[in-house]
Design a protein around this ligand. Structure first.
Ligand code: ZDR
Length: 284
């Protein structure tokens, strides 16, 4: 089995991207993602992303986590996806539509002269009703600053879906959080029937947030685009930030704006690292 790919990163959140427009999604995409993403036995990445045709949009994106689970959306991934289809000439447009599990989203390539300097994505509208996120036990209500107990410690949780589920908690110092221990306990907490991504956020001031993430189906990663959007929304809902703020992640910075029309815009980098062919021998 051989698979041609390009490897990308956005704020250090790294992905293997595969052009599957003519072949379609491989039958074993979930298991393949586990093998490709493995940092010792595979290429190494936080997720495997496929470029597919769509009958509703210019392209369709599907993303698989390192554990093989499929995510509805990926914010850093869609910037990498957008730059790949643009750089590879799969579209001539610098603003196009991508069908995702979070609906049809719109990336826009930002250029200075001929140089791509970033990607802006209209990430659509955040979902705040518990049942839709999904969060158990709150019906159709919003979950804003609600008590949650995780490994014997109480946190105030604010939950948001950006297509994928997020639980945002505010902390005094992100470095004090034992991410590897606390993250998995949030991910599999009984509140979250489809598990959850969890963001630990420090408010620096009303336009600067610091965030670390435990990603559902992955682990601690250097950045999370949908998580940065969810963190800004949660900060606004708690009256702690303005509707436009910079989010500082372990691997870089993202600019997030929640506009008056309820759409969220995320702006940040996407860089190609290398291209290659994943070659797998039949196991003996
Ligand atoms: C966090 C993420 N990398 C992004 O940039 O938005 C999304 C990856 C998918 C995530 N692990 C999930 O929702 O399962």
């Amino acid at each position: 089995m051989t698979l041609s790919f390009t490897k990308w990163q956005g704020c250090g959140n790294d992905f293997v991207l595969v052009d599957a427009r003519t072949t379609g999604l491989p039958n074993d995409a979930a298991a393949l993602s586990e093998r490709v993403c493995n940092r010792h036995y595979g290429v190494g990445a936080d997720g495997l992303i496929f470029v597919l045709p769509s009958d509703k949009a210019d392209f369709r994106m599907r993303i698989f986590n390192t554990d093989g689970s499929e995510a509805e959306m990926c914010g850093n991934g869609i910037r990498c996806f957008a730059r790949l289809v643009y750089d590879a000439g799969m579209t001539e447009k610098d603003c196009f539509t991508v069908e995702t599990g979070a609906g049809i989203l719109k990336p826009r390539i930002i250029k200075e002269g001929n140089k791509v300097t970033g990607i802006e994505v209209d990430m659509g509208e955040p979902v705040l009703e518990a049942k839709q996120i999904p969060v158990e036990g709150f019906g159709e209500r919003r979950v804003v600053a609600e008590d949650i107990e995780v490994l014997g410690k109480k946190y105030k949780a604010t939950c948001v879906s950006m297509g994928n589920p997020h639980c945002v908690v505010f902390v005094g110092d992100v470095n004090d959080v034992e991410m590897d221990r606390v993250g998995p306990a949030f991910e599999r907490h009984t509140w979250f029937p489809r598990r959850t991504n969890t963001e630990f956020v420090v408010i620096r001031d009303r336009t600067h947030l610091r965030m670390r993430v435990w990603e559902r189906g992955a682990a601690v990663t250097l950045a999370c685009g949908t998580g940065a959007c969810a963190s800004l929304v949660a900060s606004v809902l708690n009256g702690r930030a303005d509707r436009k703020a910079e989010v500082e992640l372990d691997g870089g910075r993202l600019m997030i704006e929640w506009k008056e029309d309820n759409h969220i815009y995320m702006t940040g980098p996407a860089e190609k690292i290398f291209s290659g062919v994943f070659e797998e021998e039949e196991h003996c």
